[in-house]
Design a binder for this molecule. Structure first.
Ligand SMILES: Nc1nc2c(ncn2[C@@H]2O[C@H](COP(=O)(O)OP(=O)(O)OP(=O)(O)O)[C@@H](O)[C@H]2O)c(=O)[nH]1
Length: 366
């Protein structure tokens, strides 16, 4: 089996926007996910909620015995190294970026990190809806932060009248430049926006095309942890599951990804490119505008196939599903053409040590 990479999410937002509230909310709603949290000021984080959510306090000791520790950039790699040890078993790591000059510095450090166990999980910017104009006056850089964000949480919507909220939302959408925007009160967003959830096998079962609805039918929505969801979260986003036993054509998939709609915040899963690279499966992580493929040799007993989950707000699930179906390539007319994979390989991390197309077969293991 290849290694499992843990998404590292950067949580940013100006003073008092609701970052701590959101973190506490996530910890309470973790649904069995083990969350590592790195914050600057741990006084406000509910340690009880954290140990219930992750039970990590006893597993890794960082100075004060829990995961919330002050960090600066130079400490980050050391913390990540400890947090990503397999024995800790985290599903996601959230780093609160306040106190650091600019969230993009942290994002850059994460993207540059040579820790093979992490994958950048996106920049989440929390915005205080009631204070937006005041914040903008004091901190014009909020516009830049919004433009960089992969997910914007427009928080404290309870403090703004409906009409004003609509207008504000339109402006924030504009600044966010295509990133998904979700509205919240007290940081209540769906944890699924940040977490990868259960191991893939458990989540998907053995879905095949036969299990999926017809062209005209509705896609599977909310199929992952439906019972755990709260009614108020449903409106905020849609999720679409896609599975195929037929390999996908690399170029068609790339075209689909290049044109993915605004608001499609997250894509995760793995892709079978069939004859274009029979050895490897390609784990796919898209967060906002961030996109990476991580090739790894197919596990020996794994069934070949593609399994993807797409999450977004205000997206047309049925259209996405149809577009993915159109990426299937039963005839494989371009099979053997090496350049067909080039587009995909542009999104493979150079530091990734795993074998790719053309690399030698991994040693057979007994
Ligand atoms: N009315 C209202 N208050 C909220 C909401 N979310 C958070 N708050 C309150 O806003 C205050 C600030 O929230 P925090 O979560 O501490 O904000 P923060 O971004 O962590 O703040 P700093 O750590 O100071 O940057 C707290 O009193 C929260 O209870 C909301 O949706 N509505």
């Amino acid at each position: 089996m290849g290694k499992r990479q843990i998404p590292v999410v950067v949580l940013a937002g100006f003073l008092g926007s609701g970052k701590t509230t959101l973190l506490n909310q996530l910890l309470r709603q973790s649904g069995g996910n083990r969350i590592g949290v790195v914050v600057n000021d741990f006084g406000a984080i509910e340690i009880d909620a954290m140990s219930v959510a992750g039970q990590v306090g006893s597993t890794v000791s960082l100075g004060n015995g829990c995961l919330c520790c002050a960090v600066d950039g130079s400490e980050l790699d050391a913390y990540l190294e400890k947090l990503t040890r397999p024995s800790v078993g985290l599903d996601v790591i959230v780093i609160e970026a306040s106190g650091l000059a600019e969230p993009q510095e942290l994002v850059r450090m994460l993207l540059a990190s040579d820790n093979p166990n992490i994958v950048y999980g996106g920049l989440v910017e929390v915005v205080d809806a009631a204070e937006f104009d005041a914040t903008r006056q004091q901190h014009p850089e909020i516009e830049r932060h919004l433009a960089l964000a992969d997910l914007v949480v427009l928080n404290k919507t309870d403090r703004v009248e409906a009409d004003a909220l609509r207008r504000l939302r339109a402006r924030v959408d504009g600044f966010a430049d295509g990133a998904a925007v979700v509205e919240s009160t007290y940081g209540r967003i769906d944890p699924e926006l940040l977490f990868d959830g259960k191991p893939k096998g458990e989540r998907f079962g053995q879905l095949s095309f036969d299990d999926l609805p017809d062209e005209d039918g509705l896609p599977h929505e909310d199929g992952l942890h439906g019972e755990h969801r709260h009614a108020h979260l449903h409106a905020a986003y849609d999720s679409v599951s896609f599975a195929s036993d037929v390999a996908l054509h690399p170029r068609r998939l790339l075209d689909f990804l290049d044109q993915r709609p605004e608001g499609l915040y997250r894509i995760k899963g793995f892709v079978d490119f069939g004859p274009y690279d029979p050895r490897n499966r390609y784990t796919l992580h898209a967060v906002g505008r961030f996109l990476r493929f991580y090739p790894e040799p197919w596990p020996r007993d794994a069934e070949r196939g593609t399994q993807l989950v797409l999450i977004g707000s205000g997206v047309d699930g049925a259209a996405l599903h149809t577009a993915l179906k159109d990426c299937r390539d039963a005839a494989s007319q371009d099979a053997g053409l090496e350049e067909v994979m080039w587009g995909v390989l542009r999104y493979v991390d150079e530091r990734d040590p795993e074998p790719r197309t053309g690399s030698p077969e991994p040693e057979p293991a007994d």
